[in-house]
Design a protein around this ligand. Sequence first.
Ligand SMILES: [Zn+2]
Length: 381
Amino acid sequence: MVADLYCRDCGRTYAASPDEPWRCDCGHPLDYAEPSLPDRGSAPAPKALDRDLGLWAFQSFLPEAPLVTLGEGFTPLVEADDWDAQFKLEYLFPSGSFKDRGATTTLSRAAALGVDTVVEDSSGNAGAAIATYAARAGIDADVYVPDDVKQSKLVAIQRTGARPIRIEGDREAVTAACLDAADDEDVWYASHAWNPAFYAGTATLAYEIAAQRDWSVPDAVVLPLGHGTLFLGAYRGFRALREAGYTDRIPRLLAGQAAGYAPIAAELHADDEDEPDNRLTTALESSEDVPSNEIADGIQITEPAREQQLFDAIADSGGDAIAIDGDAVEGELDRLHRAGFYVEPTSAVATAALREYRSRGVVAPGDDVVVPLTGSGMKTL
Ligand SMILES: [Zn+2]
């Protein structure tokens, strides 16, 4: 029995099927009709969790069955003294990024529905994750990527047997081409931005952080934000933990966006005349005096699929979003690499954002902070 989908904006429901739509007729994203939530009494204590199951140890929180898995999850949570934070090493996944959290649940849904072919659009990491798990499932995958996709990400997609389709133009053009294909009735859109199964998977970040800290949550989690697949998943996960009585609060969720591609930060700080970043974030149209962040290729998104849900998550958690420029990312990337964290530039947006939040006093000395490091440096060539 595969879970049905519904639209929280207009209330329409859609029965689970290989022909299910990728979004509601009204244009809004779909979610699960009945989100999974375990009883406090029935779910395992941290020491009883079977970590051999990886993130599927949290089956009672998940709306899908573990049909397509590579044992992913339970990434290390380590101390990072130079940052006065804990880092969650999300780049240690089978395809080298946190996107595998969503790929295992999304392809598990596709397999349960009997889907033959999935399509996805991505700057690289989500494409590699979907291709990897499609290969594991024996499902065909067409992955739409930008023409300037990093070679190592292209190869990671290609070598699985998936078909990479390179599209000229910006990231939005890639999505447009994929959506044309998704209208074909014979394919299923395994979108990391739209598919609710993906967010059910990324919510496991929150479950792991809480479990690894004996069901306590940090004061703040600082994350990179493009479409918000990890940001929104983390929010949903922390909210589910609180609703199930495991924890008593949701940490503040603090985002770093790429300058020039920062619609959430721009909206939140539109009236802050003195904000140095405001100049960057409000001028989204490219202009010569706007130094856009071209190094953080994983989050160059100007129209997040679930924008309103992101604003709601920020408001409910007491969070924020700010824009980070390319120079800050490069400096931070050097620091991370020299400390032994071999991550991709997009990951450094989060630690650069932590530095900026500290300098603004948003994160106070002594605050308990977790930062997920999202993607491997081995895929940046
Ligand atoms: Zn709707």
